[in-house]
Design a protein around this ligand. Structure first.
Ligand code: APR
Ligand code: PHB
Length: 395
């Protein structure tokens, strides 16, 4: 079998890339290890930057998002017992974010894919990119008891942090950058009305907390927990009690609790590899970088990589501009590092770090207080939160 672009991974980045390429008449095949129900069962983040929203619209998969998604003009930073509003819209010349779950984005993309001409192999095992440094790369994988060979021009590695794509690149080519944070987030999903119309990011001496939502009737709350914490140690009741202690009193009083429908602990890390291309293989999204969820950047960075690669591939196939391929990595990384910085910074000012002495703690509190009370500080937060602009690929 032959295609122009072979895409490994059918999560948001692979599906979105496939959709944008199909729209431009560039045929592609997606190869995914899991089945669709498994992919849709993963609970992920839920804040879309304007650029991601625009890209989903451009891909023609925004109809349900535009109906059901919640446009947020701002969010709150809670500390010292009160909520401080960050007016995203007012501080960024009218930019906003959209609260719409990543699972729903994936569902919409899967529906569009299944009604398109694009081929997708689910339950593909032993996926192996081959001859990636040559002009005739291919992928082999096992499917329904047979081994399939897929010849292609380019391979898009959209297979997440644990995928095979990054590992295919020979030792010594990639440079890795990493920070592992000494805590995780315990998250609870519940069918309860949100405590506030806006997201609340709370810094408290007992640790960080976040009040988020999926819809007017479904909430997603998180609290910072030690890295080695076990989810079994947290009954619903214990979770709600702890969350309330970390919120301003007037917010805690309004919190409506209920049975959890999902509860899990996620570790926090920052991770980047450079470069994001090796021969015919391009890395996108979590395959190339991980950010802590504090700035809501994970899915949005995957979307900006997709935007960059799809714009380059369109120029390659429509105008023969193969010279642009080698710009992919540098264009992506310039934006990625700024989001890595912002996510790291939001994490560092809002969490309690075990081992920090009192001086370090006071400095963090002063930093948060300064940024929130200063117009310049609030604007900096807002500009990064709504998402920095996408770079032109052909300046
Ligand atoms: N072969 C085929 N598919 C694979 C393989 C493999 N060897 N390894 C992983 N996959 C699939 C996974 O099953 C998954 O469906 O690749 C997909 C990777 O998806 P994600 O981990 O969601 O990565 P990405 O698409 O880059 O999503 C970006 O947004 O909210 C953020 O960080 C969060 O993961 C999220 C990210
Ligand atoms: C979420 O809704 O899951 C969410 C929202 C904002 C974040 C992280 C997660 O920064």
């Amino acid at each position: 079998m032959r295609t122009k672009v072979a895409i490994i991974g059918a999560c948001p980045s692979g599906l979105l890339l496939g959709q944008l390429l199909l729209k431009a008449g560039i045929d592609n095949v997606i190869i995914e290890r899991q089945n669709p129900d498994y992919v849709l069962g993963r609970i992920r983040a839920g804040v879309l930057e304007q650029g991601t929203v625009d890209l989903l619209r451009q891909a023609g998969v925004a109809e349900r998002m535009d109906c059901e998604g919640l446009v947020h003009d701002g969010f709150a930073l809670a500390f010292d017992g009160s909520n401080e509003h960050i007016d995203l819209k007012g501080l960024t010349n009218g930019k906003t974010v959209m609260v719409y779950g990543q699972t729903e984005v994936t569902r919409d993309l899967m529906e569009a894919r299944s009604s398109s001409a694009g081929i997708t192999y689910y339950n593909a095992t032993n996926v192996q990119p081959k001859d990636i440094k040559s002009t005739a790369p291919y992928i082999t994988f096992d499917h329904d008891g047979t081994t399939v060979r897929l010849d292609c021009d380019y391979i898009a590695g959209c297979d997440g942090f644990h995928g095979v794509s990054r590992k295919t690149i020979p030792d010594g080519v990639l440079k890795e950058f990493e920070r592992v944070y000494p805590f995780g987030w315990l998250g609870v999903l519940a069918d309860t009305p949100p405590v506030s119309a806006e997201l609340i990011y709370a810094s408290h001496e007992r640790g960080f907390a976040l009040c988020s939502m999926r819809s007017p009737t479904r909430t997603r709350y998180y609290i910072q927990v030690p890295s080695d914490e076990k989810v079994e140690a947290w009954s619903d009741d214990r979770f709600w009690q702890e969350l309330k202690k970390r919120l301003p009193a007037e917010t805690a009083d309004r919190l409506i609790t209920g049975p959890s429908i999902e509860k899990s602990i996620a570790p926090l890390r920052s991770f980047v590899v450079e470069p994001m291309q090796y021969g015919a293989l391009f890395l996108l999204g979590d395959a190339a970088h991980i950010v802590p969820p504090t700035g809501a950047k994970g899915l949005n960075l995957a979307a900006s990589d997709v935007s960059t690669l799809s714009r380059i591939l369109v120029k390659v196939y429509q105008e023969g501009r193969t010279d642009l391929l080698e710009r992919y990595s540098e264009v992506c990384l310039r934006r990625i590092w700024k989001a890595v910085r912002f996510s790291w910074w939001m994490t560092s000012i809002l969490h309690r770090f075990p081992g920090n002495d009192d001086f370090a703690q006071r400095i963090k509190q002063a930093e948060l207080d300064y940024f929130v009370r200063s117009e310049a500080g609030r604007r900096t937060i807002a500009e990064n939160y709504v998402g920095l602009p996408y770079e032109e690929i052909d300046k």
